[in-house]
Design a protein around this ligand. Structure first.
Ligand SMILES: Nc1ncnc2c1ncn2[C@@H]1O[C@H](COP(=O)(O)OP(=O)(O)OP(=O)(O)O)[C@@H](O)[C@H]1O
Ligand SMILES: [Mg+2]
Length: 455
């Protein structure tokens, strides 16, 4: 059995075409789940460090080596106690690193992983273990071999969760899949990042028990879905504004002929960039951004919950020198899922501002009386960078099309935002806007894709 998988930055979904019927796979009763996974492995606690006999042996060896080096180089000798203290510190650091690596390796093949919003809830309840959010956004980045192995293992866990859930619902083994891919992955390596992302996904799918997978560009998939519901032949521009990327396809759809995808364009930016901008403009000033000497990138580290190395860096920083009240707030943000909780607030404020002119959010878990407020106009100003990138891409697309499209099919979670709709309307005035299901357009098309056919 073949399924279509939309492995999204923010949400993932799966569906299968069974005869004339499209069946969406349900995850906890819903047709999609938050792309997050929680591994309940406890992280090593520095307080657990004990000098075992073996570790004492390592300390003694380090002290001996330091003494030899001291005599050889003729530096002012340090006392035995000092040499011992230094050696214990080195051994302790090595011990912590080994513990951390072991915990991470174990996490990658744990059976008791939790997925979706539940993953975030469990992480916040337990305050320990690993939470990974939006792993798709890391696939195109420069990864050391260990980090690549970890991220491959995490993607494999998610794909296996999808494969087994689909198998359970459909009552048959699922071994084949068409997986969606953005036109341009988020990447620090240029086009090579996209290649790496596909290699990782293909390897992860194999680990997850798929025998064969193929990839289809996400906007092409959305075009297939739109085609299936269109009676008359016409040209369309599919615009999919997601969490991590914005993808566009120009296609001929509708009627009895097969759909034709002419071209696709991609922007490696989406809703998470708007989240980051909103966080930096309206949340991080409450933690001292712009009012202290804490460098701006430390706040970016805190805001980007999907970036594991940035999160680790933020959690390790010492903010004790930062003036009050920011020092205490930053320390609270470092603990007990503080950054995850704050990110939830940021995203829900962004979503609320699609429907309301103003939004206020209590940050009582940071500071008893603390709250944050922003208006829709504040959000539009904060996200001007993303919106102008979107505008530029749409202008480029318009200039490359020979004729105006007959319709624009708008999909992706961010297409619910009025300021995104406004940018699309302005770039293509007088073109009919069709609003697809923002969440399920891509996965529906992926389920309809016949591999070896259109690509
Ligand atoms: N009502 C809303 N207003 C504004 N943004 C919204 C709304 N609903 C969802 N979003 C945003 O849409 C994004 C998720 O969209 P979607 O599910 O299409 O992304 P994805 O498919 O997971 O990501 P990608 O396709 O980039 O890999 C998130 O940034 C989310 O905050
Ligand atoms: Mg998507």
């Amino acid at each position: 059995m073949r399924i279509g998988i939309d492995f999204g930055t923010s949400y993932s979904a799966a569906a299968a075409r069974i005869g004339g019927r499209l069946e969406h796979i349900r995850f906890g009763g819903l047709p999609q789940f938050r792309t997050a996974v929680f591994f309940p492995t406890a992280l090593p606690d520095p307080a657990d460090f004990r000098l075992t006999t073996a570790l004492e042996g390592e300390v003694a060896a380090l002290v001996r080596a330091a003494k030899v080096e001291q005599t050889r180089s003729g530096v002012i000798p340090r006392s035995d106690a000092q040499l011992h203290r230094d050696a214990v510190q080195i051994v302790r650091r090595q011990w912590l690193e080994t513990q951390r690596q072991e915990a991470e390796d174990a996490a990658a093949d744990l059976d008791d992983a939790v997925f979706g919003e539940d993953a975030i809830d469990r992480y916040l309840e337990e305050g320990s273990g690993h939470l990974v959010q939006s792993p798709k956004s890391m696939l195109g980045y420069d990864l050391l071999p260990r980090a690549r192995k970890t991220i491959t293992g995490i993607a494999a866990q998610i794909l296996e969760h999808i494969r087994l859930t689909a198998g359970g619902q459909l009552g048959t083994e699922v071994r084949l899949a068409t997986i969606g891919r953005p036109v341009r992955f988020r990447s620090s390596l240029g086009p090579a990042g996209g290649e790496q992302a596909l290699d990782i996904l293909a390897e992860a799918a194999q680990i997850a028990g798929f025998e064969a997978v193929d990839f289809l560009e996400e906007p092409a998939a959305a075009a297939l879905h739109y085609h299936a519901g269109s009676d008359t032949r016409h040209s369309t521009l599919v615009v999919d504004v997601g969490g991590g990327t914005t993808d566009i396809a120009h296609a001929q759809v509708g009627g009895s002929q097969a759909p034709v995808i002419h071209r696709a364009w991609g922007l490696p930016n989406g809703g998470t960039d708007v989240d980051l901008a909103l966080s930096m403009a309206h949340f991080m000033p409450l933690f001292g951004r712009g009012d202290t000497r804490v460098p701006a990138h430390h706040f970016v580290d805190a805001a980007m919950v999907q970036d594991m190395p940035r999160q680790r860096a933020f959690h390790k920083r010492d903010f004790s020198e930062v003036p009050a009240p920011y020092n205490a707030r930053l320390r609270t943000l470092q603990h007990d899922g503080g950054t995850t909780r704050l990110y939830r607030a940021v995203e829900s404020m962004k979503i609320r501002l699609s429907e309301h002119d103003d939004s206020r959010h209590a940050l009582d878990y940071i500071d008893a009386a603390l709250s944050v407020a922003a208006s829709r106009e504040d959000l539009r100003i904060a996200s001007v960078d993303f919106l102008s990138r979107l505008e530029r891409l749409l202008r480029e697309v318009a200039s490359e099309l020979e004729a105006r499209p007959d319709s624009i099919f708008l999909t992706g979670g961010m297409s619910r935002a009025p300021y995104v709709q406004a940018v699309v309307r302005e770039a293509f005035p007088n073109v009919r806007l069709v609003f697809g299901d923002p969440s399920l357009g891509v996965v529906s098309g992926l389920a309809d894709h016949a591999p070896g056919g259109l690509n």
